[in-house]
Design a protein around this ligand. Structure first.
Ligand SMILES: Nc1nc2c(ncn2[C@@H]2O[C@H](COP(=O)(O)OP(=O)(O)OP(=O)(O)O)[C@@H](O)[C@H]2O)c(=O)[nH]1
Ligand SMILES: [Mg+2]
Length: 460
């Protein structure tokens, strides 16, 4: 071996002359180590430089807003616009989550009805007259044996729900009684692909079979007028809790069910942590890469947002106007709309975001309209509002409030000489489940951001 290496011209050239002292050898090794270290540092520096150059070419958008404001839904809409094929290829990963939404909703209804029956048994309602004392004609509005039978027949679903969260969503996070969360959309879809042929796959099939078999019983419970009244009395807002899937149960529990784009957008999976999604926006003369950053919106997660403020080009802030009569899940006493306005105040006046454009989505307008039409008084929750209880008037009022908060923030930034003169503010009324109108809004946002990007790079 030694003879062969001394025949190699490079090895021979590197060899020290015969008679070299130990000190010279040590100095030579030290020099070689130093050269290697310098070379590694240059490689690292070049890599970092390339990463910075790539980052500079990207447009970074940060989606912000309280939990359930519609951030992940807006990201799905963006993927539908800019990465439609990829989005649609992933559609088949979604039935377990949609079925999980159905199971969770059904389990909640069963538990509420069971509790109400127990309460009724403990304190039977007083009957209006002696004639209605007949057990075969119970007092209207009370739960009957039929309700008990429905709950009993659906009881196995509670176990299926628990099994589903245990086995199917191993990469997701959940504390007992809490909503399942996703840490990262992509690790989640990979997880589902990797378990496709495993034991979890059998459970997915079982869930499909059980839901298909229980479809008519769930529908009966869901549409029962006494159950409906109970849900209403409990302040339960099915439109916020994936109740929309129970309205289409036959289609969604069919054995050959394939979700539509809208079903995927409707599916609820709470975000924990931060996910970055790269989208390629094609232009007539090339493309730009957008990185859309989606975050978890609950109060405990907001501290994790700050590191992403630094090099972001635009904040897309979602404020769900329909939440005017709801409180935060994490802090029950706090009104959601008030929380949105406080959050917007912080964002508008944050020196870290002084150079970022602000895109305001006043979201869930479809739900706002439904609530107002149902007679829920906006002015009872937002005391400063004195206008009519109609959607257009409320939207106009809320837009004014949000824009005046923005202006106050801008004044503060100007005082500290942090305000950027090129900062754009745009506001839109959105219903993120109306895919056509949301697409148009996304295109308008695209042209505002691109226009600014091009003018900054002195191309126009
Ligand atoms: N009707 C209606 N539902 C919406 C709208 N936007 C979002 N949703 C629904 O509201 C629920 C919550 O939306 P998400 O996008 O998961 O909310 P998020 O802001 O990402 O919430 P976190 O991940 O918890 O921070 C989902 O079931 C959506 O389908 C809307 O404009 N109208
Ligand atoms: Mg989310």
């Amino acid at each position: 071996m030694a003879a062969r290496s001394s025949e190699d011209p490079l090895t021979r050239a590197m060899e020290l002359p015969k008679g070299t002292t130990t000190e010279t050898r040590a100095a030579r090794h030290q020099l070689e180590a130093l050269a290697k270290q310098t070379s590694n540092e240059i490689d690292d520096w070049l890599k970092r430089d390339a990463a910075v150059a790539k980052r500079n070419r990207q447009v970074r958008l940060l989606l912000l807003g309280q939990a359930e404001s519609g951030k992940s839904t807006m990201l799905k809409n963006m993927r539908l616009v800019y990465a439609k094929e990829e989005f649609q290829n992933e559609r088949l990963n979604w039935p377990p989550i949609i079925h999980y939404n159905v199971l969770r909703m059904t389990a909640t209804v069963i538990r509420l009805v069971e509790d109400a029956i127990l309460e009724q048994d403990a304190h039977p309602p007083t009957r209006p007259s002696a004639s209605s004392n007949d057990v075969t004609h119970p007092h209207p509005g009370t739960f009957t044996n039929e309700h008990r039978v429905l709950c009993l027949r659906l009881k196995p679903l509670l176990e299926v729900e628990a099994g589903m969260s245990k086995h199917l969503v191993q990469s997701l996070y959940r504390r007992p009684g809490e909503e399942v969360c996703v840490h990262s959309y992509f690790s989640w879809t990979k997880h589902f692909q990797s378990v496709r042929h495993s034991r979890a796959d059998a459970l997915k099939t079982e869930v499909k079979r059980v839901l298909n078999g229980s479809c008519s019983t769930i529908t009966q419970l869901w549409h029962d007028p006494i159950v409906r009244r109970l849900l209403q009395d409990q302040g339960f807002q099915p439109e916020h809790e994936a109740g929309f899937f129970l309205d289409e149960l036959e289609r969604i529990t069919a054995l050959d069910y394939e979700p539509t784009d809208l079903d995927v957008c409707k599916a609820r999976l709470k975000t924990i942590g931060i996910t970055e999604t790269q989208l390629r926006v094609r232009l007539p003369f090339g493309h730009t890469d957008w990185v859309v950053i989606d975050v978890g919106g609950s109060r405990t997660q907001r501290a994790a947002w700050k590191p992403f403020f630094e090099d972001v080009h635009a904040i897309v802030f979602l404020a769900p106007l329909s939440a005017f009569n709801q409180t935060l899940e994490e802090i029950p006493g706090v009104n959601r709309l008030e929380d949105s306005m406080l959050l917007w105040t912080d964002i508008s006046s944050s020196p870290l975001l002084a150079r970022a454009h602000l895109i305001l989505f006043l979201n869930k307008i479809d739900l706002l309209r439904k609530k107002l039409e149902r007679g829920i008084k906006f002015g009872s929750f937002v005391r400063t509002y004195e206008g009519p209880n109609d959607c257009d008037a409320v939207c106009k009022y809320m837009k004014k409030r949000f824009l005046s908060i923005y202006k106050e923030g801008l004044e503060k930034l100007k005082e500290s000489e942090k305000a950027s003169t090129s900062r754009i503010i745009k506001s839109f009324f959105t219903s993120a489940l109306d895919l056509t109108s949301t697409r148009e809004v996304i295109m308008q946002v695209e042209s505002s951001i691109l226009h600014d990007n091009l003018s900054n790079s002195k191309m126009i």
